[in-house]
Design a binder for this molecule. Structure first.
Ligand SMILES: [Zn+2]
Length: 273
């Protein structure tokens, strides 16, 4: 499916509960193509990529494959891409040791933050965007203001965050690019890019405000915070909520706003702002 001139998506349906609707693989350029992500190492992905390329015809060739991060639902097809398509593989330096075993030693070239890839008449900027994972990368076509986000921003729902401090800095960085459209790693195209990024920021800020307010009243454990803040949420979701709260606490600690005493489940958090 062509989203914009020279920008196509291959959408592979998903049944996995943690992965919304479908996984996206992108083809950028004319004639010479850049592939962004490869999906999992599974026949349905290689078949989907293969039939998309057959449809484009013999004048199109995948010259490069870049990935958005090291998770296997994005990197799983790298070996196939290298061996079958003969493409050059590029990735964030931190991705390489994690996937090299599968892809082959010295077969992946590291990307640089701020680098511009020139493929098939397109200029694609490389932006290192840690948060969802330490090795997350977004790709940006400035001319069309199209942003490829991997799992940093999803087509539906909110994503998981490995480091919230980095993630929030990434959100501000992406907002400054003033993207028009987001092409996520899973789910449909997001037409209203800036508003979606602002909503992601607002959602996290609301939770952070609630945590700060609670701690300003009295020191609490992570569990105590969950009970106070997620009082009207189904108890079965409290475990996931605790992970979320811990991320906020880690960020606030990094900013010097929160101080912790003790460790593990008994760790108590004090407001230090
Ligand atoms: Zn993913």
């Amino acid at each position: 499916m062509e989203i914009a001139p020279g920008i196509r998506v291959i959408q592979v349906p998903e049944e996995h509960v943690m992965r919304p609707v479908f996984t996206d693989i992108y083809l950028v350029g004319d004639g010479e193509l850049l592939m962004i992500d490869t999906g999992e190492e599974a026949d349905r992905f290689s078949q989907a990529m293969f039939s998309a390329l057959v449809e484009l015809g013999p004048s199109c060739k995948v010259a490069q494959v870049c990935v958005t991060h090291s998770h296997m639902d994005h990197c799983g097809g790298l070996r196939w891409a290298r061996e079958t398509l003969g493409a050059t593989i590029r990735a964030h330096p931190a991705v390489i040791p994690k996937v090299e075993k599968k892809v082959g030693k010295d077969k992946i070239q590291p990307l640089k933050d701020g680098e511009v890839l020139k493929v098939g008449g397109k200029r694609i900027e490389v932006h290192f965007t840690p948060g969802h994972s330490e090795d997350s990368v977004c790709y940006f076509i400035r001319r069309e203001r199209i942003l490829f986000t991997g799992d940093t921003i999803l087509g539906v729902g909110t994503t998981t965050v490995n480091d919230l401090y980095d993630y929030m800095a990434t959100m501000e960085q992406l907002l400054k690019l003033k993207p028009r459209m987001i092409l996520p790693g899973h789910g449909p195209v997001i037409p209203d890019a800036s508003r979606t990024i602002q909503e992601y920021i607002a959602h996290r800020n609301m939770r952070e405000r609630q945590i700060s307010q609670q701690l300003q009243r009295a020191p609490r454990t992570a569990h105590g915070l969950v009970r106070a803040i997620y009082a009207d949420v189904d108890k079965r979701l409290h475990r996931a909520a605790r992970g979320n709260v811990r991320q906020h606490l880690k960020k606030l600690e990094k900013e010097g706003l929160v101080r912790v005493e003790g460790a593990g489940a008994r760790a108590k958090y004090y407001w230090a702002g």
